[in-house]
Design a protein around this ligand. Structure first.
Ligand code: HEC
Length: 256
């Protein structure tokens, strides 16, 4: 009887682990930032400077801080990454005026210094991969994660065109996928469109990861220092507690 029971348990465990593996594959893998991966942060900074800084700002961080934290020599930074109008000690702002932004996008592109903290790094990572063609929108694209977002898909030439493919849903007239409710989105998938991008899927995922990782760092630049200092403090305290214990034993030896 117990043999039969153990067989049944093993069988269920097998099914459970198989379905977990399957769902891990199907369901999106969560992005976890790595503040110590300087190569990734440097790539993220390069992408941010080339593709995002025209519209967005990260004004709670300064150029010099980033150069220090990401181990980029100041002269190299000044030559390649510092805009002509800025100095190393400046906060990272955008040259786009609020009035222009309102006229062009209807909204002011948000400051991204705290974005990864406010949403989450994983949200930013998925947002950059959730654009799809939608001719009813002003810039011809929509975003499944943030429906009717006014941001153009600035990385489209890297990723390629993406389209929404929905099962069991009749396509609304005029390509108005944006009219779908959020629950309908779960039945939809974003798939490759006709126009290919310069990067493979995997390479583009890496680009999205690096920018999200960089923005996670920008939202909390001293996190890495804090964590390594925290470890040292805990180590010191544990040694100190041990020494104090020995001292206490020594003091009480004659009394107790
Ligand atoms: C051409 C201008 C433009 C560029 C370039 C641009 N964005 Fe945006 N972005 C916008 C606008 C406008 C919004 C506001 C969308 C809205 O609220 O409808 C936005 C919104 C966002 C948001 C979502 C904010 C939220 O919480 O809803 C994120 C994240 C973001 N951008 C990241 C990026 C990153 C990363 C890059 C560079 C790869 C980038 N953006 C480049 C215009 C731009």
């Amino acid at each position: 009887m117990s043999y039969l029971l153990s067989r049944v348990i093993v069988f269920f465990l097998l099914i459970l682990s198989a379905s977990a593996a399957l769902s891990a594959d199907v369901v999106h893998k969560k992005m976890t930032p790595n503040y110590d991966d300087k190569a990734s942060l440097q790539r993220g900074l390069a992408i941010y400077s080339n593709y995002c800084s025209g519209c967005h700002q990260i004004k709670y961080v300064r150029y010099s801080r980033i150069a220090d934290d990401l181990s980029i020599p100041k002269s190299l930074f000044e030559e390649n990454l510092l805009p002509k109008y800025a100095r190393m000690g400046d906060q990272i702002t955008s040259t786009m005026t609020k009035a222009d932004a309102k006229a062009w996008f209807g909204v002011i592109p948000p400051d991204l210094s705290l974005e990864a903290g406010r949403r989450s790094p994983d949200w930013v990572y998925r947002y950059l991969q959730s654009f799809y063609q939608d001719s009813s929108r002003p810039y011809g694209v929509n975003n499944a994660l943030s429906p009717d977002s006014m941001m153009p898909n600035v990385l489209e030439h890297l990723q390629g065109e993406r389209v929404l493919s929905c099962q069991g849903i009749t396509k609304p007239s005029g390509n108005k996928y944006s009219a779908l409710t959020n629950s309908s989105y779960s039945k939809c998938d974003i798939v490759d469109g006709v126009k290919k991008g310069q990067l493979t899927d995997q390479e583009f995922k890496q680009v999205a990861y690096d920018v999200a990782n960089f923005l996670a760092y920008a939202s909390d630049p001293s996190r890495s220092d804090r964590e390594s200092l925290g470890l040292k403090v805990l180590l010191f305290l544990s040694v100190f507690v041990f020494v104090t214990y020995l001292l206490k034993k020594e003091f009480w030896r004659d009394i107790a």
